[in-house]
Design a protein around this ligand. Structure first.
Ligand SMILES: [Zn+2]
Length: 304
């Protein structure tokens, strides 16, 4: 049921590889089960049940209406009460201003950005708990009186080939500065040096994103991304310098600063197989198949 890659801490249980027919048991009502997927590119597959589904972008192959419709119908059919989704570099018309200029490089005819946006972001989806975030924060509870979780979603990633939601190195600091302190962060691209190694052994993650997170007093408990399919997996990332609460003084003198150790569970949830792991015995592994399964992250509701 549990694989050597899986790990547990006092406030988390992470499952990367498991038997879909014999899922690890939900740890109970004091915990919330997050199921993390990404880079599904209009493929559909069986997803473990849970309290919250997180999708870190590349919802489609190239963002056409028919491709997006497949993804949205699939996501709506999943039973997770809350489903948070973002776009990625392949969801072209969702980056409207860029698409107006660049659509001809990818599409034979121009698609309607408003129609594609309306497919992922509409009242009916929201009523069913399916929330699309594009540079936005959202808060939710999975049950009445339960813990409130905050989440922020950003589709951006470092420039590569002039796709949607690309930023140049000089634009990176301003772009990532928009990310606030939240419990859960969804970005399409990884931070630098964390589950970001490409087939050609390049660390494609964003240095500015890593720097921004490392400067937070309260980095996210869980950061889910994708984009670099071949680096699928999950790790505990301990921030090197424990953040210091500012010192203050009272009648007895200065109160020493408190050190608050922080760590973030980092998940590259890309489901579309790529790299040498994409083939077993000459057969291509299907999207969400062995080595590229949805990652299950159980978090203790009292985790801060
Ligand atoms: Zn992708």
């Amino acid at each position: 049921m549990s694989s050597p890659e899986d790990f547990h801490t006092a406030s988390s249980k992470v499952y990367i590889s498991y038997d879909p027919a014999n899922l690890p048991a939900h740890p109970g009502e004091n915990w919330t089960r997050f199921v993390c997927i990404s880079d599904t590119h209009s493929h559909t597959f069986i997803v473990p049940s849970g309290d919250v589904l997180l999708h870190s972008g590349d919802l489609s192959r190239l963002g056409r209406e028919d491709e997006m419709r497949v993804t949205v119908e699939w996501l709506r059919s999943l039973e997770h009460p809350v489903k948070i989704i973002i776009a990625g570099n392949h969801d072209l018309p969702l980056h409207r201003e860029w698409y107006e200029r660049s659509y001809y490089r990818f599409h034979d005819k121009k698609r309607s950005p408003s129609e594609v946006r309306n497919l992922v972001d509409n009242k009916e989806n929201r009523n069913r708990g399916l929330i699309y975030l594009q540079d936005e924060k959202y808060t939710f509870r999975t049950k009445e009186g339960g813990r409130e979780w905050s989440v922020y979603g950003s589709p951006w990633q470092p420039y590569y080939g002039g796709w949607a939601f690309n930023y140049l190195p000089e634009e990176a600091p301003a772009r990532v500065a928009a990310i606030p302190e939240v419990d859960i962060l969804l970005t399409h691209g990884p931070p630098h040096n964390i589950l970001d190694t490409t087939l050609t052994k390049v660390h494609a993650g964003c240095p500015a994103l890593l720097a921004h997170l490392s400067e937070m007093k309260r980095p996210p408990l869980l950061h889910v991304f994708g984009h670099i399919h071949e680096a699928h997996g999950a790790v505990r990332h301990r921030w090197l310098q424990a953040k210091v609460e500012s010192s203050s003084s009272n009648a007895e003198g200065t109160i020493p600063p408190t050190f608050v150790p922080r760590e973030t569970i980092m998940v590259n949830a890309a489901n579309q197989p790529l790299g040498h792991q994409a083939f077993v015995g000459g057969q291509r592994i299907p999207c969400g198949g062995p080595g590229f399964q949805p990652v299950i992250v159980d978090l203790l509701n009292s985790a801060m």
